[in-house]
Design a protein around this ligand. Sequence first.
Ligand SMILES: Cc1cc2nc3c(=O)[nH]c(=O)nc-3n(C[C@H](O)[C@H](O)[C@H](O)COP(=O)(O)O)c2cc1C
Length: 203
Amino acid sequence: MANSSKVLVINGSYRDDGITDQAVEVSVAALNENGAETEIINLRDYPIEFCLNCRECTLQPGNSPGRCVLDDDMHALIEKIEAAQAFILASPTNFGSATAIYKRFMERLIAYAYWPWEQSYPKFRKADAAQKKAMLISSSAAPSWFGRWLFRTSKQLAMTAKTIGAEPVGTLFTGLANTEKHKRLPPKTVERARVLAAKLIST
Ligand SMILES: Cc1cc2nc3c(=O)[nH]c(=O)nc-3n(C[C@H](O)[C@H](O)[C@H](O)COP(=O)(O)O)c2cc1C
């Protein structure tokens, strides 16, 4: 991938400068050093509504995402997703899953499914032709081996990647994220963030 890659970062953490923000920050710094263009969307500051399950967007055929009936910033976010060549998808683990704001975003990605009423399951418009790349970032209070194995967060981030037409290049998972109030990202995690960021924009 050329150095002029556009990387869109979608962050589902609730906290400024928590473990997720720090992981995003070091990854973005590595991407910028390598000439990539980056944009960070912190979902905590980004006004999108819940999916209505009206299925209007899913009834529109074609490879492009269907248009949602809601008039909010998800339209702009889908345009950004379509324009990006790579993604960082990030969410801490809350109650064994991605955060509620991340799930709200993820559910709105149903626009990436073609799903007529007579069909019992959706066909994801981009899933068979994943041409983009995604780096996944998650964390938990539990140790990382346990968190990755037990919780759904990593799988939800991977499902998001597939939905928007991206193949995961790897997961940066920080365990024991709660041992101090202002926990800093461990040096080994910083190192791995830089490796994954390079992978994200390599050809
Ligand atoms: C409401 C809530 C639920 C949580 N549930 C879990 C959980 O099920 N398992 C776990 O290991 N950690 C859990 N945690 C800890 C978070 O995963 C941890 O604080 C987070 O990874 C830190 O991310 P941040 O620094 O970006 O906020 C929970 C935290 C909160 C606030």
